[in-house]
Structure formats: structure tokens, C-alpha cells
Ligand binder design. Sequence first.
Ligand SMILES: [Zn+2]
Ligand SMILES: [Zn+2]
Length: 184
Amino acid sequence: MTCFLCTETQVDFCRHCGQEFCASHQSKLNNKLCCNCVSDANLETQSEPLIDSDGVTHQGRHIRLIGEGWPNDIVTIASLNDNELEEQIRGLQALLKIAIQTSDYARISIAARQFEKGEREHSKRRKLMQRREELAKGVVRLASQKPATAKPKDDTAKLAEQLGITREQATALMKLASQIGGPQ
Ligand SMILES: [Zn+2]
Ligand SMILES: [Zn+2]
């Protein structure tokens, strides 16, 4: 006999729907069932926080089983002989081990990548801030380097410079000189 889904030779038949399945269309979670009756697609779970009747949240999760795969799987357990039961336990333990490894690997790898992402964002921010600081310094430098608007020196300033006196003194001196020179 061939598989109900492909042309491969059957390895067993499904205890739920009765169809013959090949090795690749056998359920990965229950070797007595086909992949249609029990698969990831119909074995969904919903995880909820554990809240007691007083409304207090406890450690752990309340897992709700959603999907027809669950009853399909559970009802076959009673029909297993001791060896089959042992075999399924071992198979599921192996599956759990892989799942835990995958979970550990994924968690660590995600964390490492998120760290790298954070570092990049931090470095971008730092560079941006550095640029802003440099730009601000540049503006200040530019302002201080800007030559003082060279006002053409007037006569008073020239006189003050020549005699080594203040502008006020020079102004007074010039006023005096013009008075001496007579009104024009
Ligand atoms: Zn098949
Ligand atoms: Zn089936």
C-alpha cells in the first residue's frame, strides 16, 4: 500500500482517520497518527499567567490546549502497549531536548544580535553628537577667528595710538586743538 498523501510505501495507518501513511507523512509527535491528525498546525497552545481566584498572579503559566490535534493525540494513548508507550515517551523526550536546545540557541543568538544592534545605534548617536559638538566648536572658532571688522582708524584713534593715550583723552585733546585753531 502507498501513502494517502504521496506515492511512498506506507509504514503504518492512522489510528484516528484510518489512512495509510509513509514515514514523511507520519505525525512527528505521535507515530500512531498521520500528519493531518496531529501536527504543529492543530496542536496550538495559549499561554496565560496563573491568576488565582483572589486575583493574585503566581509564577508559571496556564497553558490552554487549542486545536483538534490534542484530543486526536490523547485518545490514542490508552490504546498503546507498554513498548509503544515507552517508545513514544523516548521520542518525545528527544524532541523536547532538541526544542530546548533550539530555544536556548535562539534566545542567546537573538540577545547577541540585539546587543550588536544596540551598539550600532549607540555608536551612530555618539558620532552624531560628536559631529554636532565639532560643528558647534567650529562655529565658535569661526566666530573668534573672524577678523574684527577693521574700522578705518579715525583721526582720534590715530592720535590716541601715537601718544599712547586713551580715546577719551585724544578726543579732549583734539577738541582743545580745534578751539586753539579758532572756530571755522
Ligand atoms: Zn507520504
Ligand atoms: Zn489521520
